[in-house]
Design a protein around this ligand. Structure first.
Ligand code: ADP
Ligand code: MG
Length: 717
């Protein structure tokens, strides 16, 4: 290296390979983790920490549990194993015993140890022939070479294949050194003081090289707060702009329209449905787009509420001023219907879209409301005819899958969009939806209730309605876990119920409906139809079936021409056959909790109490998911359990859209901070909606950098 090389101008955009000690080879590996610049490394937060204080006593070691122990090197021995690998053994005398560190195929490590050195070994001890042993432990040299890391708490980073902890750690430490003094502070000093938040650099240093548990907590608090505060601010700005820029169609539901719509349904609305319809009607009447999440447990009757909103939209004439430029508001040709707003309902699967279509057709028979279906199974020609009708305004309601409706249709006067069964519909997708078209009202429906604080963080300024009541006569599904030993008895019971006139489902797992899955499904079907269920009329539906075949079988089942439907989780979402009241879920362990609850919802749709057997491959061992599923039918309780078991994961939906994930916020664990950040962001926004006060310059730039492009907030000013 040329000693006179110009020193590197510090910048967050500096590429990692240019940092001392990182180098090209290591940088290439780090890129696999998405770590390219100094900023990336600083924002690569540890997923955990290991106590590296050396404070453990040998007597307290537990096999396989992390421990760290300090001592003096008493022996360094290298040899070659039978297999020809080098093996280094370092013996350390600790306060209350002797332990060994062992390294294979790392001959260079030998040079780093000498008798008499004081070191800390950390890792998972295991009991070897000569006492406790650490295989490839982490080492801290207590004197001299402290460069390995600077603190007693060792950060453990998320890794990718072929990248080691030590490599990530080194890059992060180099990035911290490089960025000293140049990390932009988002918050004005007064705010840091008032909120008791660490300054950004102190927080970054502490998150990567903490000196104590308290330091980690303080750093996390600062970073999580910032993350959520910025997101809230971005969402507010987005919403503010939207309100100013776009007038949404004013759709007024008066008492007459209300009763006319409700009269179309074959049942009385529940009190909860009436309340939620009122909340929606109030939104639709406002000149700004509705942004509402409707959550309600499986079977609570969300569809009826959605249809209510759809009918309100398509009953409303388009005011003359809203017509495309160049057209006069001349009276329509004789016989033509007056122009009214259009509405769309999107489902996650074609099966569900078809079902919505069928029930809308039933509901709207004899009216002049035109409903069109837009799904994958149609020919290009069919589809073109439909999209033309949508574009001309002839079609009132479009039912389809999300990809198709927004991939191929242009509306003339879209007034309302309903998105059904969407627990993954995050802020970002919604932003996209609202930018393309003329700002329709949006109603998102989910059966996977989200705790309120999380809904706020994920959906930002979204209003939430809850259907907290089931239609009259509903009873919780009687749910059992069926162990292998009980399986024969279960089938006997199942057969008895079918013979007595019930219709039923047997659900078989299929991960991706690949060819192999298909073989498994087919053989499961064979086994059932020749074994326990041979006396009955069976149908089989799975994701690989042609749409027409699929809906043909569904129709047969609905009409009672089949007794038992063997299905993959394609029936999970929304399928509504009220006469089906018993279900067997095979291999229940392979389903997620929310999925199990959705599946069970298929047999809780009428007045007869549903029955569900969750067949597990294991005997009596506890299984957290299946046991929780059997224990309660309350979807809210299960959703929270699920979050706890699974973590919030990709709830925000950023992963699919390619957006950066929320770096640190664990929305469940941090729910207090979510609420605080939201409150504070709101207060700042109300005082200064454009963040034009110079003290917010940094904050504004950071918010726009991070979320601006995605939310269409415009250029960094
Ligand atoms: P989900 O909320 O799971 O989407 P659905 O909208 O599919 O539930 O409704 C479940 C079932 O309950 C359907 O068969 C529907 O016709 C029926 N239903 C909905 N509302 C009522 C009501 N108020 N009274 C009686 N049955 C209802
Ligand atoms: Mg539904």
């Amino acid at each position: 290296m040329d000693a006179a090389a110009p020193s590197l101008e510090p910048s967050l955009a500096t590429r990692l390979e240019r940092l001392p000690g990182v180098g090209t080879a290591r940088a290439e590996k780090l890129a696999k983790l998405g770590l390219v610049t100094v900023r990336d490394a600083l924002m690569h937060f540890p997923r955990d920490y290991k106590d590296f204080s050396g404070a453990h006593a040998v007597a307290d070691f537990v096999e396989g549990e992390h421990a760290s122990v300090a001592g003096t090197v008493s022996e360094v021995a290298s040899r070659t194993t039978f297999a020809g690998r080098s093996m280094l053994t370092v013996t350390i005398d600790a306060a209350d015993g002797r332990v060994r560190g062992v390294w294979f195929s790392m001959p260079f490590m030998a040079k780093r140890f000498e008798r008499g050195m004081k070191v800390v070994l950390a890792g998972q001890p295991r009991r070897g022939r000569g006492g406790w042993e650490f295989a490839h432990p982490e080492v801290r040299w207590l004197a001299g070479d402290e460069a390995a890391h600077g603190s007693e708490w060792l950060a453990i980073y998320p890794l990718a294949e072929g990248v080691q902890q030590s490599q990530v750690r080194l890059a992060v430490q180099a990035a911290l050194a490089h960025a000293a003094g140049i990390c932009p502070e988002a918050f004005p000093e007064a705010m840091l003081a008032e909120k008791g938040l660490l300054p950004i650099e102190a927080a970054l240093r502490a998150i990567h090289s903490p000196s104590s548990r308290e330091a980690i907590d303080a750093a996390r608090r600062r970073l999580v707060y910032q993350e959520l505060f910025m997101l809230q601010l971005a969402l507010r700005m987005h919403r503010g702009r939207q309100k100013r820029a776009h007038a949404a169609p004013a759709i007024t539901v008066d008492a007459r329209l209300d009763s006319r719509i409700r009269a179309r349904f074959p049942f009385e609305f529940t009190a909860a449905q009436r309340r939620v319809c009122g909340e929606i009607a109030a939104d639709l009447a406002k000149p700004e787009p509705m942004n509402r999440l409707l959550q309600g447990d499986v079977g609570s009757g969300k569809t009826a509420v959605a249809v209510y909103a759809l009918l309100a939209a398509v009953a409303t004439p388009v005011p003359a001023a809203a017509k495309p430029a160049g057209e006069t508001a001349a009276t329509p040709a004789a016989g033509a219907k007056p122009e009214r707003f259009q509405a769309a309902i999107m489902a996650p699967t074609e099966l569900l879209a078809r079902q919505h279509f069928a029930s809308l057709e039933r509901l709207l028979g004899g009216t002049d409301v035109e409903v069109q279906l837009l799904v994958g199974g149609q020919t290009a020609k069919e589809r073109q005819k439909i999209t033309e009708r949508i574009a001309s305004g002839a079609t009132d309601i479009v039912v389809g899958t999300q990809a198709l409706v927004f991939g191929s249709a242009t509306f003339r006067h879209l007034g309302l969009v309903v998105i059904d069964e969407q627990h993954r519909f995050g802020v970002l997708q919604r932003a996209v939806l609202q930018q393309g078209l003329a700002e329709p009202h949006v109603l998102v429906m989910t059966a996977t209730p989200i705790p309120r604080t999380i809904a706020h963080a994920v959906y930002g300024d979204l209003d939430v309605s809850t259907l907290d009541e089931q239609p009259p006569g509903r009873q919780p599904v009687a749910t059992y876990r069926v162990t292998p030993a009980e399986l024969d008895r279960w089938w006997e019971f199942f057969r008895g119920k079918i013979a007595a006139g019930r219709r039923g489902y047997v659900v078989v797992p299929a991960v991706e409906e690949s060819k192999r899955d298909l073989a498994t499904i087919s053989s499961a079907f064979e086994e059932l139809s020749q074994g326990p269920l041979e006396a009955f009329r069976l149908g089989l539906v799975h994701g690989r079936l042609k749409p027409a075949a699929k809906s043909g079988i569904m129709d047969d089942f609905r009409a009672g021409r089949l007794d038992v439907l063997v299905a993959t989780s394609v029936i999970e979402v929304g399928i509504d056959v009220p006469e089906a009241t018993i279900m067997t879920i095979l291999d229940a362990e392979s389903f997620g909790l929310a999925q199990l609850h959705q599946l069970r919802g298929r047999v809780a749709r009428g007045p007869t109490r549903g029955i569900c057997g969750a067949v597990t491959g294991s005997g009596d061992q506890p299984h957290p998911r299946v046991d929780a599923f059997v224990a309660t039918c309350d979807g809210f309780a299960l959703a929270e359990q699920d979050l706890l078991l699974r973590g919030p994961g990709d709830l925000v939906g950023t992963r699919q859209s390619g957006a950066p994930p929320l770096y640190l916020a664990d929305l469940l664990r941090d729910s207090a901070v979510v609420a605080e950040a939201r409150r504070d962001a709101l207060a700042v926004f109300e005082r200064d909606p454009e963040l034009s006060d110079p003290k917010y310059d940094r904050l504004r730039k950071l918010v726009l950098d991070r979320w601006g492009a995605m939310l269409g907030l415009g250029q960094v000013g």
